[in-house]
Design a protein around this ligand. Structure first.
Ligand code: AMP
Length: 429
């Protein structure tokens, strides 16, 4: 049982939070110099064994906030990994988020003998089963595949000592509530439980009430929910003109890598087709794509082989990709909260970023809802981009065809691609 609560004092070092040398040296290698606010507020309490309710968005450093104490406690317990019986479980809503958490944890645990593993659907289960048989300390999982493997007797949750629900709001939005409840029921009551959520709905509160015991509450949601370093703009444009406007915006010289959001999977595919036809190296990430296609799209984008990733909300939520200079909303989302999550893909860790939203007259009420949520009136830009004269349009098309030929010759090299874009570039906004 956890002891009495410490008073939270924001500290400047991981050592002062109680992080041990094996992890301190891993953090030094990764380049984390000092704790982020959520880490300062959580780590010591979690090391003491308290439950935690964290209201935090991705980008705040929450993975290390729960991952470091979890790994350190397991390391100190010094028990050998048991076959089929993980010692701790992290549930995440999407395969991408699960993979991302897993790879962060592996970096933190590199100086220990702790074994981390990740399981999710959409890929063959055999390699996952083999790892579970070899023994896993920390299991990161999406709910569906986990329950599958539990049902087949490949995983036993009766020895879970730490349970983390990450992005609980999204787990519930995606309809995992019953799966989550079934999973929680199979873990021991004596476990330490952590729940993170960007937003607290009635359902999330209810789940927290059932799952957590006298939790520490940590809230790092900024008062103004959108990051200050993001330059947010609205471009009013009729729906039929959006794709052309998008192409022109992508030629902005300050743009290095962009995530374009669409509301539907079909819409995402359509945009990719159009951009590729115009010689812009783009790929889509959404729920209809196979797991391997999603991972490939993500890896290509991270490595710079493609520079435009077209995504739906669910697929992009929680993804941590460095160096995204621009987020472009081709349509505004139905839920204003999603706008905040979307634009949070840029301007990470204090870097500056640009978020453009293409808004059709029929979306004005959605725009108002976003502005109300973020407590800002967004600047409107009339770029005149849709009103290019025939001569200009013709020139651009010629250049685009030329660049397509370039692209084939160059094999899509990143460096050359920038040169190519500079030639064709047109300042937007
Ligand atoms: P997360 O909210 O866990 O997805 O983390 C967002 C980003 O912040 C990730 O790229 C982390 O690697 C990075 N990060 C987390 N904690 C720190 C820290 N203390 N110092 C620097 N970067 C950090």
């Amino acid at each position: 049982m956890p002891g009495t609560r410490r008073k939270t004092i924001l500290t400047q070092t991981f050592a002062a939070l109680g992080i041990s040398s094996a992890f301190l040296s891993a953090l030094k290698d990764i380049g984390y110099q000092q704790p982020t606010p959520i880490q300062s507020k959580s780590v010591a309490h979690l090391l003491d064994g308290h439950d935690l309710m964290g209201v935090a968005q991705t980008g705040t450093g929450k993975t290390a906030a729960f991952g470091l104490p979890l790994l350190q406690r397991l390391d100190q317990a010094n028990e050998p990994a048991r076959t089929r019986r993980p010692r701790s479980l992290i549930l995440a809503p999407t395969r991408e988020l699960a993979s991302q958490i897993h790879s962060e944890l592996e970096k933190f645990a590199k100086n220990t003998s702790i074994r981390c593993s990740v399981i999710f659907g959409g890929v063959g289960q055999n390699p996952q089963v083999r790892q579970l048989q070899q023994g896993v300390d920390v299991l990161v999982a999406t709910p569906g595949r986990l329950l599958d493997l539990v049902g087949q007797g490949h995983v036993d949750l009766s020895t879970i000592s730490v349970l983390v629900l990450d992005e609980a709001d999204r787990l519930l939005d995606m309809g995992f509530i019953h799966d989550v409840k079934r999973i929680v029921q199979q873990t021991p009551k004596s476990r330490q439980s952590l729940l993170f959520s960007a937003t607290i709905s009635k359902d999330v509160s209810e789940l927290a009430r059932k799952m957590l015991r006298d939790p520490i509450r940590v809230n790092v949601s900024p008062k103004q929910p959108t990051v200050k370093t993001i330059d947010q703009r609205v471009i009013m444009v009729e729906s039929p003109d959006k794709l052309e406007t998008l192409q022109t915006l992508l030629h902005d010289k300050a743009l290095s890598r962009a995530i374009v959001f669409t509301r539907t999977k079909h819409g995402a595919n359509k945009v990719v087709k159009k951009l590729c036809a115009a010689g812009i190296s783009a790929d889509a990430i959404h729920g209809n794509k196979s797991q391997s296609a999603r991972q490939r799209a993500l890896a290509d984008f991270k490595k710079g082989r493609t520079w435009v990733l077209v995504a739906t909300d669910i697929a992009a939520r929680g993804l941590d990709i460095e160096g995204v200079s621009h987020v472009i909303n081709l349509e505004l989302p139905h839920e204003p909260e999603s706008y905040v999550h979307r634009i949070g893909r840029t301007g990470r860790a204090g870097a500056s970023g640009v978020a453009w939203s293409l808004v059709a007259p029929s979306e004005v009420s959605r725009l108002r809802a976003v502005e109300k949520l973020i407590r800002l009136d967004l600047a409107h830009f009339d770029t005149g981009l849709n009103k290019l004269g025939p001569e200009e349009t013709g020139r651009r098309q010629t250049q685009t065809s030329a660049s397509q030929a370039d692209s084939r010759r160059e094999g899509g090299s990143n460096k050359k691609r920038h040169g190519r874009r500079r030639r064709t570039q047109r300042r937007a906004a």
